[in-house]
Ligand binder design. Structure first.
Ligand code: COA
Length: 389
């Protein structure tokens, strides 16, 4: 048996302020549909991996067995929760890959979910700051936007004001999201709206405005992974050509915050393992929790030298009709960012693209897709290269 792992099924809830009351309801929206999408019986699942950040969002902690409430046949399967801040979903995906590669099972169900709305804004912000270094960053205000505001300010201080480029990234991702049936914000708001400070686009954490931020979201996504022998018999098959995970130091003060050093290492390792250059990717879904993160990710991917990420959005490369569309789904900015679900959602949407099942988001004949999911301020970095099989 080869070491190859395949995504063989997926399901995705809408993202946004949902009626689903809690994690259990959200899980119910995706667990069985993902198994059905894989064309397997629930009892074929050998292990369950659940991505959840929580950090105060849900009184229900300990979610690993929740999929058994909507899929009773999963009872008695091994199940575990994975947490790596905003990359908790990818942590679950990678743990499932390890589980299969270790020979503990042939099929794994990966669920990611988060219920974030319904709490006052200040509490949302403080919960999210659980992913910062509390000891040295307790003076940060404005929730996680404050963390990325600080990063953006140091980037601006070194390389000059990037507000034009950030507004272009926000406008691109909102335009892309119009076509995404799962997206929280399906509005083409345009460049000018994103660029100008206004009542509807106030400064949140200078230099970041509201339109530079991903929204607060509820949502869930699930994928089914299988080994190569099992996948051969199934209709849907998207192969992991390469994976890489790199963790960097948690405190911002111990790193150069004008670059995503861990992300750059993860991208470089994944591309090398896949044996491709970054421009051979047909598309990428990347972690635009804030627009500055997408700009710095262009540099981490190797699309531009440090300090020149703005050129990538300005030359049209990453637009939907560019040579390397980035965040055709609308990204976190428009799709929404229910923390634990995000990494699973990125893998699900990339798998849809590579199977020709992305609906209005479909790109023409993509063969290779990149996924980059980041936990915290560039701390946990996961890069997957997926391939149509
Ligand atoms: N982008 C665009 N529009 C947004 C938005 C966002 N991120 N957040 C809220 N809105 C819109 C709402 O839809 C609403 O629109 P309406 O007036 O047309 O109905 C309006 O702004 C006010 O919504 P509200 O929820 O009161 O906004 P807010 O000012 O309380 O929150 C942010 C805005 C940016 C502070 C909040 O979205 C946020 O904290 N985002 C970051 C989340 C985060 O840190 N995630 C982790 C990343 S690592």
């Amino acid at each position: 048996m080869s070491d190859d792992i395949y995504i063989v099924g997926w399901a995705h809830s809408p993202f946004g302020k949902l009626d689903a009351a809690d994690l259990e309801d959200l899980t119910g929206l995706v667990a069985r549909p993902a198994i059905e999408s894989a064309g397997i019986a629930p009892d074929d699942v050998d292990g369950i991996f659940f991505g959840l950040f929580n950090s105060g969002f849900s009184r229900q902690d300990f979610p690993s067995s929740l999929p058994m409430e909507s899929v009773a046949e999963l009872r008695y399967k091994p199940a575990v929760r994975c947490e790596n801040a905003c990359a908790s979903g990818s942590a679950a995906v990678y743990s499932a890959i390890d589980f299969i590669r270790a020979g503990r099972g042939r099929i794994a169900l990966v669920v990611g979910a988060e219920k974030m709305t319904g709490l006052p804004g200040q509490q949302v912000g403080d919960n999210l700051l659980g992913a910062s270094h509390r000891r040295s960053e307790s003076d940060i205000v404005g929730g996680f936007a404050g963390v990325f505001g600080r990063i953006a300010q140091s980037y601006f201080d070194l390389y000059g004001d990037q507000s034009d480029a950030l507004a272009m990234i926000a406008a691109k991702n909102h335009l892309n999201g119009v076509d995404n049936i799962y997206a929280q914000m399906r509005r083409d708001v345009g460049y000018d709206f994103c660029r100008e400070v206004s009542d509807k686009n106030p400064m949140v954490a200078p230099p970041l405005k509201r339109m530079d931020c991903s929204p607060v979201s509820d949502g869930a996504a699930a994928i089914v992974l299988a080994d190569s022998d099992t996948a051969k018999a199934l209709a849907r098959r998207v192969r992991f050509r390469a994976t890489a995970q790199v963790n960097d130091l948690l405190p911002l003060m111990h790193r150069d915050s004008t670059m995503l050093g861990g992300a750059a290492r993860a991208w470089s390792a994944a591309l090398q393992s896949a044996g491709i250059g970054v421009r051979e990717l047909s598309f990428a879904e990347v972690h635009d929790c804030f627009t500055i993160a997408e700009l710095m990710t262009y540099e981490a991917m190797g699309l531009a030298p440090l300090g020149q990420g703005a050129s990538v959005i300005k030359n049209g490369l990453v637009a939907a009709d560019g040579a390397l569309p980035v965040n055709r789904s609308g990204g976190l900015k428009s799709k929404g960012h229910p923390i634990g679900a995000t990494g699973v959602s990125m893998h699900a949407l990339a798998a849809m693209q590579l199977s020709g099942e992305a609906g209005d988001l479909q790109l023409p004949g993509p063969s290779l897709g990149g996924v980059f999911n980041m936990g915290g301020s560039g701390v946990a970095n996961y890069v997957s290269i997926l391939e149509a099989a």
